[in-house]
Design a protein around this ligand. Structure first.
Ligand code: GSH
Length: 297
């Protein structure tokens, strides 16, 4: 079989029809799975994929596939999300160790039982001339390289993509009129995470480069927002089935795993009790280093 035919079937079926193929070639093209596999293998020659492989192998510091056993079973049955039967995954998720945005995506991957379909690759952000910038020019993580070579940036988009991949989103609610509450809570959680990300970045710059104004501004913002959450954490959307507002907020709270100086839980007993309930969930626990918060109310 000329491999081009398999590619055409997937990408340009109209063109394929115009080709003169032998019966044998037609049989192969019509066979389905094998053809899709061949087409996928060819599609993987897409330059970004090649580059990604290169970066994974040579450039990304401590590049190694994450141990997939870290994926937490949630008890839900696994659905066949992939158009191609028997096809092994090629989605790649670029991460660093500490990012709350990465944690958001990793919780979603666990919840959706997609661990064996997403390869997790560690990179080091904010490094001059990193080869990672050739995979994702913004240099940010998380970054999801889909199997067709399209890259998605932004934890909100990646989480939505992965939640919808099976056509049965469980973590997102459509922003219809009655769901403004859901949108409001998610935005407030993001507001907290965004501020804390700025705070920890500033705190970990060399002393002579730190801005005390920024640090103080973000510290005060995070305290105000944490107080608000402590008062509102028993909202039904924050205590019911796991959803994006909860995932975003817990990712902010869990920043303290790596940065103890941004603790939101001490002295906020409701928020602490809520966080303790959430970290008991396998999909969240498995993203943690220590599996505990170590706080007193
Ligand atoms: N809004 C983005 C934020 C992503 C982001 O800022 N990630 C940080 C890590 S916490 C990063 O990659 N920083 C590297 C850099 O700024 O070069 C998201 O939701 O994913």
């Amino acid at each position: 079989m000329r491999p081009k035919n398999a590619w055409l079937k997937l990408r340009k079926p109209g063109l394929l029809e115009q080709l003169k193929l032998s019966d044998f070639e037609l049989h192969l093209v019509e066979q389905g799975n094998e053809v899709e596999l061949a087409a996928r293998a060819l599609a993987s020659w897409h330059s970004r994929q090649l580059l990604a492989v290169f970066v994974s192998l040579f450039a990304v510091s401590s590049a190694k596939s994450e141990d997939h056993t870290a994926c937490a079973p949630t008890g839900r049955s696994t659905l066949n999300l992939w158009p191609c039967r028997g096809y092994s995954p090629t989605m790649k998720l670029y991460v660093n160790k500490t990012s709350p945005y990465v944690r958001i995506v990793r919780i979603v991957i666990n919840e959706k039982e997609l661990c064996d379909r997403v390869e997790v690759l560690h990179t080091e952000t904010r490094r001059p001339n990193s080869l990672y910038y050739q995979v994702n020019p913004s240099g940010r993580v998380p970054y999801l390289l889909c199997d067709d070579g399209i890259g998605l940036e932004g934890s909100d988009l990646i989480a939505a993509y992965l939640d919808h991949i099976d056509g049965k989103p469980t973590l997102h609610m459509p922003l219809a009129h009655q769901n403004w509450e859901y949108g409001r809570l998610q935005a407030r959680g993001r507001s907290l995470v965004d501020g804390m990300a700025v705070l920890v970045r500033e705190l970990h710059r060399p002393n002579n480069e730190q801005s005390l104004n920024v640090i103080e501004h973000e510290r005060q913002r995070s305290r105000r927002l944490a107080d608000l959450w402590d008062a509102e954490i028993e909202h039904p959307l924050m205590t019911g089935a796991l959803n994006m507002p909860q995932i975003v907020l817990i990712a902010g709270v869990l920043l303290k795993e790596y940065f103890p100086d941004v603790d939101l839980l001490s002295g906020r007993s409701r928020l602490l009790a809520w966080a303790q309930r959430l970290i008991a969930l396998p999909s969240i626990k498995s993203t943690m280093r220590l599996n505990q918060l170590g706080d007193r109310p």
